[in-house]
Design a protein around this ligand. Structure first.
Ligand SMILES: Nc1ncnc2c1ncn2[C@@H]1O[C@H](COP(=O)(O)OP(=O)(O)O)[C@@H](O)[C@H]1O
Ligand SMILES: NC(=O)OP(=O)(O)O
Length: 358
């Protein structure tokens, strides 16, 4: 049987023809598929795996008061730039600080201690992962939707392994909560708290900040990224945890530096770029002197010399510079410290302080 117009002249029986046609379609499909894959791979060579770390102070608004609307405006700005990176084809994991936010929760705790049992500092840190994670998920979804991207955004409660006997536990460096007067700091000190004079802006409470050793949810984060999720993880550096006596983990009352945790996070997902967004455009040499000079593009070797010379504020710029230097020294291709507004540009343009391999 032949059906005119459908089978070419000289064709064999319909079954053989169907098989030939299917084989040819399948070859066409495979060819197109191969071309598409080749195209995708070619562009993937420029696509990167990026960790973006958002500073807790940078997310607090211009006067550091951490009003919810100020935090939302700052987060919306950062989310727009992060969405640009995702739309450009990069895999991005977002982490965030929590210094102002965790200190505010701790202060509220103290002020209401006569009404409610205070909760420990690690619980306060876990609460900031919830609030900031929730706000970031909403802002990132909106940012992605503007690019027609409707992928899932997830915020993961993340624990970070620390040594409970880390000497940093008993020598506080991490500033948390609002700036306060010298009188308020003196009252806190009399109650056994540690406070630090931060110059013109006032005093801040400081707490122990142990070295992060491992992101306990690292494998889960890597799996989520590989499955196409936009992940927010290790907020506030992760909830500090140490092994307990029952084969699990217990919380430790401290606040981890999120910049140092960001380096571990970057390793866990095999990132090639680390961007730390804060409230200044560059790190500077001679900080706080009349001779401040912005640091532009430098090698890890240069940065190690600047670190040794003590150019960076303890508990603020010092951990950022240590984090980016460690990241590039351990195989990262590029690390940048800059403002929230420069996040998207930081991937391949000379903005902020850029650290490259020596
Ligand atoms: N060498 C330096 N260059 C620039 N800023 C510095 C330097 N040393 C300390 N800082 C301080 O570091 C701050 C940023 O760090 P931090 O307050 O921890 O920000 P975030 O919470 O946004 O990560 C700047 O606002 C500045 O006051
Ligand atoms: N946890 C932490 O490093 O917070 P900041 O970014 O606010 O300092």
């Amino acid at each position: 049987m032949t059906i005119a117009g459908i089978y070419p002249t000289g064709s064999k029986d319909p079954i053989s023809l169907l098989a030939t046609t299917l084989a040819s379609c399948s070859n066409d499909f495979r060819r197109e598929d191969r071309q598409e894959t080749t195209k995708r791979n070619a562009s993937k060579e420029q696509d990167m795996r990026i960790v973006v770390a958002l500073g807790g102070n940078a997310m607090s608004g211009p006067d550091g008061a951490s009003r919810p609307q100020d935090q939302q405006v700052a987060i919306e700005l950062a989310a727009g730039h992060i969405a640009e990176l995702v739309a450009a084809g990069h895999d991005v994991v977002v982490t965030h600080g929590n210094g102002p936010q965790v200190g505010n929760i701790l202060l509220k705790n103290e002020l209401s201690a006569h009404l409610l049992a205070p909760v420990p500092l690690d619980w306060c840190g876990a609460q900031t992962q919830g609030t900031l994670g929730f706000t970031l998920v909403n802002a990132l979804e909106r940012g992605l939707a503007a690019h027609g991207d409707h992928r899932d955004v997830v915020a993961l409660v993340t624990r970070t392994l620390v040594d409970p006997d880390d000497p940093a536990m008993s020598t506080p460096t991490k500033a948390i909560g609002p700036y306060a007067s010298a009188e308020r700091a003196a009252r806190g000190t009399a109650d056994g708290q540690a406070w630090r004079d931060e110059g013109e802006r006032g005093w801040r409470r400081i707490v122990g900040s142990p070295e992060p050793q491992d992101i306990l949810e690292g494998a889960a984060i890597a799996a989520l990224v590989s499955s196409g999720f936009l992940v927010i993880a290790a907020g506030g550096g992760g909830i500090p945890c140490a092994p307990d006596s029952r084969g699990g983990y217990r919380g430790i009352e401290a606040v981890i530096d999120k910049d140092l945790s960001a380096t571990l996070l970057a390793r866990a997902i095999d990132a090639d770029t680390l961007i730390i967004a804060t409230d200044v455009e560059h790190a500077v040499l001679g900080w706080g002197t009349d001779d401040e000079r912005p640091i532009g593009r430098v090698t890890t070797g240069d940065m190690r010399r600047y670190l040794d010379a003590g150019h960076f504020g303890v508990g603020s710029m010092l951990p950022k510079m240590e984090a980016v230097t460690r990241f590039v020294e351990s195989g990262g291709r590029r690390a940048v410290v800059t403002s929230l507004a420069n996040i998207a540009a930081a991937v391949d343009r000379d903005v902020g302080t850029v650290i490259l391999p020596t």
